[in-house]
Design a protein around this ligand. Structure first.
Ligand SMILES: [Zn+2]
Length: 245
């Protein structure tokens, strides 16, 4: 028998050990701004240059944190390197799964990535680093160098749809995997959260690793409440060991 396909679904809790702030939590970066949500809402971002300037300033602050992959990201990448087929579906935009060594083609970023920027007019993509360098050099709202259009982070803002292609891949993985490990997500943001139910319905073993309860706990074969950084590595080792038998 071949090794089982393991889907790892990750949310904000996966990256807290990496120092990525929970933007929307009580201490979140966005909360320090009076009308924080506007900075990540497509309609306001497109309409108001001042919102864009503040949004770029926030990006510069987050970028300066220099987040690195943590033990949990590394454990996922090692599972894949060890020969177990792994696909990552993530709600995070930090790119830390790939930095830890997961091949980019096996990572489906439901909410896009903050490591790239995209032109809202011609859809050209370029690096976030490059855009932030222009901000640092005194251009507070850098425009697309190809067409002059408004640039934005390649993340899915409030008011934007998830990329249907990425969502389609994620659904296929959820339905086709033998093990679905949901890590650090409250499983409350739809449609992403419903992937856990989809996997369970298709017969996958559902394992939930999260500090708080989730709506899918009753469907799960296993619920782990321990901290992700210590719980995930041994859990994935166990899955790898079971896989060959
Ligand atoms: Zn453009």
């Amino acid at each position: 028998m071949g090794k089982p396909l393991v889907a790892v679904f990750s949310g904000a809790g996966m990256s807290t050990d990496s120092g990525i702030p929970d933007y929307r939590g009580p201490q979140g970066l966005w909360r320090r701004e009076p009308d924080a949500e506007k900075l990540v809402t497509y309609e306001y971002y497109m309409a108001d240059p001042e919102i864009r300037r503040r949004s770029w300033q926030m990006r510069a602050e987050i970028g300066a944190l220099g987040a690195r992959p943590n033990a949990a990201h590394v454990a996922v990448a090692e599972l894949e390197r060890g020969g177990t087929p792994v696909r990552v579906i993530t709600q995070n935009v930090d790119g830390l799964h790939q930095l830890a060594g997961m091949p980019a083609r096996k990572v489906f970023e439901l909410h896009g990535t903050a490591r790239s920027v995209v032109c809202t007019a011609c859809h050209a993509r370029s690096g976030m680093d490059e855009a932030l360098a222009r901000v640092a050099a005194g251009d507070p709202d850098p425009a697309c160098t190809a067409c002059g259009g408004i640039l934005k982070p390649a993340t899915v803002m409030f008011g934007q749809r998830l990329d249907p292609v990425v969502l389609g891949h994620a659904m296929a993985v959820a339905k086709g995997c033998q093990v679905f490990v949901a890590v650090g997500s409250t499983l409350q943001v739809q449609p992403a959260a419903s992937l856990a139910g989809m996997a369970a319905e298709a017969g996958a073993r559902l394992i939930i690793v999260n500090a708080e309860e989730t709506p899918y706990d009753s469907l799960a074969d296993e619920v782990v409440r321990e901290p992700i950084g210590t719980a995930l590595p041994p859990l994935l080792h166990r899955i790898a060991a079971e896989g060959g038998t």
